[in-house]
Design a protein around this ligand. Structure first.
Ligand SMILES: Nc1ncnc2c1ncn2[C@@H]1O[C@H](COP(=O)(O)OP(=O)(O)OP(=O)(O)O)[C@@H](O)[C@H]1O
Length: 414
């Protein structure tokens, strides 16, 4: 719905900021523009709302050349969010957010009611409405910036490095919140960042630019990681793209086997009899409680009487990615990843070798025992599949409402 046709921008000093860009951005999706400093991302973004006019070519919005629309009218349908939020320092938070509705002549009461709604939408408590920007943290200010951009409910949002001025933890929270919001709002979003991790996490599609304002590749995150167009893109997406690609493979497709598992009511003698270095201890609903190390087992009593090594992560077959599964295996004291179903019950286990073999498509199932067979067979039949959204544990948990019984599934793993 936003289309660039052979668009270039040359500045009078001889700089070519954007060079012959042709690109079509999907309606209702997030397109991320990413690339090294000075490669023309911001210039491209600003050509959408006519803050920058192209030297050559055409930008169109829903089929209409944007030069045919007066800039103020065009911008009414396009929200704009920038780094450091750009709030008005002498206006309260509520009035900052009410700015656009007021400009549209909504009347004070209605504009403020809308602003209060928007603050709630971006996850800010009502008590902040009366504060001034300097009384908010950087992350909170960015939320206000997003709320303000949504003021007139524009179908298009332009976001220029909106989360790069905050620390990594707050950035992660803002990104998760942003994805949640987008699930509700389905805006057409153009998002500029220089951070490839952010691009992969947020983008439905990613346009990678190289210096000189040239488009190097336009693709989904999965394809960018799997099939970088050339050495520049491969370098830019990073050496660990093999691991990161696993974020797009569903854990549901991985074969699991029944692990050495016993209920917490079982005797220590039963655990010893399994002759395994580690035994997974489960509750009466087969939810995992922890690992018992055979070497440390007492002579008598039940598994309830002994201290268990923590599970580490489990991974959910509903919504988690293969990367979360591999992570779970590597972090587990037994080196076995525990897969749980939608109810949080143990579906089976696998070690890193089995998981990587399965992911590489060379098998990996080691004969599922009866309890796990159903899951394992279904999983194998389906095979690892490329999915959208499997990589975002927060989103996945939202989607299936399950998460893990430990509350520690996966990890921010894209
Ligand atoms: N008004 C201007 N006059 C001259 N050159 C400009 C102007 N604005 C931008 N440029 C140049 O155009 C090129 C692209 O700039 P742009 O801001 O689009 O890059 P960017 O990819 O967003 O960079 P960054 O990640 O550093 O923000 C740069 O070389 C920049 O110096």
């Amino acid at each position: 719905m936003i289309r660039f046709d052979a668009v270039s921008k040359n500045y009078p000093n001889g700089t070519t900021a954007v060079d012959g860009l042709s690109l079509e951005l999907a309606e209702g999706g997030i397109t991320v523009l990413v690339g090294p400093s000075g490669c023309g991302k911001t210039t491209t973004l600003r050509m959408v709302n006519r803050m920058v006019e192209p030297t050559a070519g055409t930008v169109s919005l829903r089929g209409q050349d944007i030069r045919e629309v007066a800039a103020p009218e065009l911008r009414r349908g396009i929200g704009y969010v920038i780094q450091h939020a750009g709030l008005f320092p002498h206006r309260t938070i509520l009035d900052n957010v009410a700015t656009v509705p007021l400009l549209l002549g909504w009347g004070k009461k209605k504009a403020r009611a809308r602003a209060a709604e928007l603050l709630e939408l971006v996850g800010l408590p009502a008590t902040m409405a009366k504060r001034y920007p300097y009384q908010l943290s950087g992350g909170q200010q960015q939320r206000v910036g997003v709320a303000r951009a949504l003021g007139a409910d524009p179908p298009v949002l332009l976001m220029d490095e909106p989360f790069s001025a905050v620390d990594p933890i707050v950035r992660g929270e803002l990104q998760a919140e942003f994805l949640r919001l987008q699930k509700e709002l389905h805006k057409t979003i153009v998002f500029v960042t220089h951070d490839i991790d952010e691009a992969i996490k947020l983008g439905d599609n990613i346009a990678v630019f190289r210096t000189g304002g040239k488009l190097a590749q336009f693709d989904t995150p999965e394809r960018l990681l799997a099939h970088p167009a050339d050495d520049f893109v491969a370098d830019f997406v990073g050496q660990d793209r093999g691991i990161r690609r696993l974020s797009f493979v569903q854990a549901a497709g991985l074969p699991l086997r029944e692990g050495p598992a016993l209920p917490v009511t079982a005797s220590v003698a039963e655990a010893r009899a399994l002759d395994e270095p580690w035994v997974l201890v489960v509750d009466d609903a087969r939810r995992p409680l922890g690992w018992a190390e055979a070497a440390g087992l007492a002579d008598a009593g039940t598994l309830a009487d002994i201290p268990l090594a923590p599970l580490g992560h489990t991974f959910s077959l509903v919504g988690d990615s293969a990367r979360a599964a591999l992570d779970a295996a590597l972090l587990s004291p037994s080196r076995l990843a525990v897969g749980v179903d939608a109810q949080g019950a143990v579906a089976g286990v696998a070690d890193a070798y089995e998981l990587s073999a399965a992911i590489a498509g060379t098998g990996g199932s080691l004969g599922a025992a009866p309890e796990a067979a159903g899951v394992a067979e279904t999983a194998e039949a389906a095979g690892p599949q490329l999915v959208k959204g499997a990589a975002d544990p927060a989103a996945a948990e939202d989607a299936d409402g399950s998460g893990s019984n430990t509350g520690k599934t996966g990890g921010g793993d894209r």
